[in-house]
Design a protein around this ligand. Structure first.
Ligand code: SF4
Length: 424
């Protein structure tokens, strides 16, 4: 075992990933060396998620795995939403420590370390492709199925100047893309002076940077600023991609979920997105079997999905989170009904994905290649979020390259890598 090493396993959303990146930066900055999760390390961090019962189970499982390979003197740390929740994860096994997510800056104190002796402290952030930039935490929405507002607290926005400064720093450190993350991104700015919105922020980042592209991660329709779509339509560095969370198209269920929008609001955003933004690519979360979902609601869901050109659906069954309002709803949907409905929606999702990939045939997409999958073949992410394979030389790695799409291979597009790449 390296004397000062760490590993991190991350579950859950982009906000958790951003928290893990922050922990990584602190530990790297103190001279720790990162190892793959599952190897013996001085400090093994499990960044947990509690959004579903399944997420709780996986969190506990990862923690047990971290403890199993922990060498003498090593330390396992559980952080993230399952830890923030009162009584979350129950009694932690072994010597595992709890690090509430709002106290992540204190990880070194928890480990009783300031920095590792004899190590060079890396300056800045190392050059790689994509940086997660957390701009907001917490949530005020209190959806009836969700535990997040109880564990993350009220919404708090990072001030505009601070976000822009960080974005510029990422660009200077060689990143090609910034992903703006948060728990409820669409309400970023509501608690700041002059109440700027997500479009104001994206505009400010684009003005302060030269080449870095900006991607918006999962966003809620409630208080979504439509001006963000106007900006996407004219700014080639603002990715034409939305993961616009729906959950369900039934207004009756949306109200019961306390989501704060109706299907009409959702459709207004989607229609504007596809009308105005070239290469518009849409994905969403769909919840199956929320209490009270009947066959008519399910039919409505299927017909809505059939007429909406989604690229990807994250389909998950409703699960009871103790402490939430919905946990007390009586009209639960039986497990076998939930499963049948989920399978039907998954099948629809597969068809939608194929159609979405096919719509790209013949089009040229900007792609940042991130890895060589086999000799001479590289895989990357297109500006619209699609996964793309292309034949090229290693010089394409971490560069933005035009690729003309020819076909698909499973969920990936395959295309001809453009002149810029082949001339390198
Ligand atoms: S918007 Fe709803 S689902 Fe999302 S974090 Fe807030 S309460 Fe949870």
């Amino acid at each position: 075992m390296d004397q000062y090493s760490f590993s991190i396993a991350t579950l859950g959303c982009r906000a958790n990933q951003a928290d893990s990146d922050r922990l990584r930066a602190i530990l790297n900055g103190a001279g720790f060396q990162e190892k793959p999760f599952g190897e013996p390390v001085t400090c093994s961090v499990v960044n947990t998620c509690t959004v579903t019962a399944e997420a709780d189970r996986k969190s506990r499982q990862l923690l047990r795995r971290a403890l199993r390979v922990l060498p003498e003197g090593g330390q396992a740390i559980a952080t993230g939403c399952a830890v923030a929740k009162r009584g979350g994860l129950g009694k932690l096994p072994g010597a595992a420590l709890r690090l509430p997510p709002d106290r992540r800056e204190e990880i070194l104190a928890l480990l009783q370390v300031e920095s590792c002796p004899g190590r060079e402290i890396p300056s800045g952030v190392s050059a790689k492709t994509r940086a997660l930039l957390k701009i907001q935490d917490g949530c005020d929405q209190f959806c009836t199925f969700c535990i997040v507002p109880y564990v993350r607290g009220r919404s708090k926005s990072i001030p505009l100047a601070q976000v822009v400064e960080k974005a510029v720093e990422f660009e200077q450190n060689g990143y090609s893309e910034i992903v703006l993350t948060g728990i409820h991104l669409a309400i970023w700015g509501h608690d700041l002076e002059e109440e700027p919105n997500l479009a104001t922020l994206a505009q400010a980042i684009l003005e302060a940077t030269q080449s870095i592209q900006v991607r918006i991660s999962s966003v809620e329709p409630d208080r979504f600023p439509l001006s963000l779509i106007d900006l996407m339509a004219k700014e080639p560095r603002l990715c034409p991609y939305l993961h616009l969370v729906l959950q369900h198209p039934s207004d009756k269920l949306l109200e019961r979920m306390h989501r704060g929008y109706t299907l009409a609001t959702y459709e207004e955003i989607v229609n504007k997105f596809f009308d105005q933004v070239p290469l518009a690519t849409l994905s969403s979360d769909i919840m199956i079997g929320f209490p009270g979902e009947d066959e008519d609601d399910h039919k409505l869901l299927k017909s809505f999905l059939k007429r909406t050109p989604y690229h990807h659906l994250h389909v998950f069954p409703y699960s009871v989170r103790p402490g939430t309002a919905a946990s007390k709803f009586k009209d639960k949907v039986p497990k076998e009904v939930q499963k049948r409905r989920r399978d039907e929606v998954l099948r629809l999702g597969e068809k939608l994905k194929i159609a979405s990939l096919r719509r790209m045939y013949g089009k040229t997409l900007e792609v940042i290649f991130e890895q060589e999958t086999r000799p001479g073949w590289f895989k990357g992410t297109a500006i619209n979020g699609m996964s793309v394979l292309g034949k090229a030389g290693p010089a394409v790695l971490n560069r933005k390259v035009p690729v003309t799409v020819r076909r698909r291979l499973g969920s990936d597009l395959v295309g001809d890598v453009g002149l810029i790449a082949t001339e390198i």
